[in-house]
Design a protein around this ligand. Structure first.
Ligand SMILES: NC(=O)N[C@@H](CC(=O)O)C(=O)O
Ligand SMILES: [Zn+2]
Ligand SMILES: [Zn+2]
Length: 436
């Protein structure tokens, strides 16, 4: 049994943010209380040994749930695989992650869904749930067999990595997904507007002499998909929202009652295009980093709930690929191990957003919207749980990362504020930044 003493508990599911004691037994949260005694705890332990942790100055919260990660298995295991990705997850404070379908082959049938799920179970760290593709081979034409894939364990559908270009295919996808009750996750990017752009079009792209991607490449598809969701009554989730125009469109759609949620990635909340240099391929990501104005709008959108969730869009790539010239390097930032610390240091500490809202957006809301276990420490729930130490600092070094990827803008930088203990169903899987 675990006894976390005098720890600051953040549990948005119970609207709780206060110092308490937490008891964990048999893989579950047994009790959250402010009046535990040695003797009382020993009685509750029923003969089991008690591991006591001094939680003073630390936070405990439900394990983060990341609805957007790329684990690259099957097919690109040099970038990441399900085992390395799930180890990276628990190192970063995530106890559940959703794996995108843009692997090789694409996860577009039940057998492949079951393969990903099984590999996740075999790895035995974070809970791994497969996201199935929307169209066969992510070719944007023929819909997958959604019900079948749901039976195999798919928890949502997405062609992420690619936009669904054909609006009628997107409309049908929203219509058919209703029968499964699952979400369609949209990667909003008009491929003609994006062209072969490398970063957001603006003053910074002009200065760097790189081809730009206009903000409209995202927002025109956001507008399209919101209208299609409204028309069909389908359930829509928008991935990696990055522009002020998109935030405004989502805000208005929600006012009309459209069944939509949206996520924002830490890198879009923290960085902007002006901060990039021509050698910084680690900042090269899709959608590209926006302007300062976008960044402010995203923070405001997250605060007021227009943006429901934070998600990493962990996109691992090899060093060989990421050290190519800017225009040849692939898009993507690997972030499972740094995301929570980065959000803490760059947004919570300066007072831009509260830790309570961060945990709600990264744990409770994903569980609710995707219908997943977790996101709550209500007694009886599985002890998927994180102990976070605001004083613990770490230099992000290649040798200490357990992900196969090193494509992070935080490489060789110090991040302060880290998850220092992580439990999955009451089993300790990470301690003092070491995955057990
Ligand atoms: N975000 C990225 O820059 N890259 C993602 C694809 C995606 O999320 O669209 C990848 O798979 O590498
Ligand atoms: Zn995407
Ligand atoms: Zn993605």
């Amino acid at each position: 049994m675990w006894w976390l003493k005098d720890v600051w508990v953040i549990d948005p599911s119970q609207k709780l943010s206060a110092p308490r004691d937490v008891l964990v037994k048999d893989g579950q949260v047994l009790e959250i209380s402010s009046s535990l005694t040695e003797e009382g705890v020993r009685t509750k332990a029923q003969g089991e040994s008690v591991d006591t942790i001094d939680g003073k100055g630390k936070f405990v919260f439900p394990g983060l749930i990341d609805v957007h990660t790329h684990l690259r298995e099957p097919g690109q295991e040099d970038k990441e695989d399900i085992l390395s990705g799930s180890r990276a997850a628990v190192r970063g404070g995530f106890t559940t992650i959703l794996a995108m379908a843009n692997t090789q082959p694409v996860i577009d049938n039940r057998a492949l869904v079951e393969f990903v799920r099984m590999q996740g179970e075999r790895a035995g760290y974070a809970h791994i749930h497969p996201i199935g593709a929307v169209t066969k081979g992510m070719q944007g034409a023929e819909l997958v067999e959604m019900s079948n894939m749901k039976e195999g364990g798919a928890v949502a559908f997405s062609d992420d990595g690619k936009n669904i270009h054909n609006a009628e295919v997107m409309r049908l996808a929203l219509e058919y997904a209703k029968l499964t009750g699952l979400l369609i996750i949209s990667h909003c990017e008009d491929k003609d507007l994006a062209g072969d752009g490398q970063m957001r079009r603006g003053v910074a792209s002009a200065r760097m002499g790189l081809k730009g991607i206009p903000a409209s490449a995202e927002s025109v598809i956001v507008a399209r998909d919101l209208q299609l969701a409204e028309e069909t009554g389908g359930r829509l989730h928008l991935a990696h929202i990055s522009t002020v125009e998109s935030v405004e469109l989502i805000r208005r759609a929600k006012e009309r009652g459209v069944d939509v949620t949206a996520e924002v990635n830490p890198h879009h909340l923290i960085f902007c295009d002006e901060e990039m240099g021509i050698t910084d391929t680690f900042f090269k990501v899709n959608p590209p980093l926006g302007s300062r104005v976008d960044r402010e709008a995203l923070i405001e959108g997250l605060r007021d709930g227009t943006l429901d969730m934070i998600a990493t869009d962990h996109a691992p790539h090899t060093q060989a690929e990421k050290t190519r010239p800017f225009a040849e390097a692939p898009f993507g930032i690997a972030s499972l191990e740094t995301a929570l610390s980065a959000v803490w240091q760059h947004l919570v500490v300066p007072g831009r957003i509260s830790m309570d809202r961060v945990i709600e957006a990264w744990s409770f809301s994903p569980a609710q919207r995707f219908g997943l276990q977790g996101g709550s420490l209500v007694p009886g729930s599985p002890a998927d749980m994180v102990l976070f130490d605001p004083e613990f600092s770490e230099v992000i070094e290649p040798a200490t990362l357990v992900s196969k990827a090193r494509n992070t803008p935080f490489l060789n930088k110090t991040l302060q504020g880290c998850p220092v203990m992580v439990w999955v169903e009451g089993r300790l899987v990470q301690k003092n930044r070491t995955v057990l």
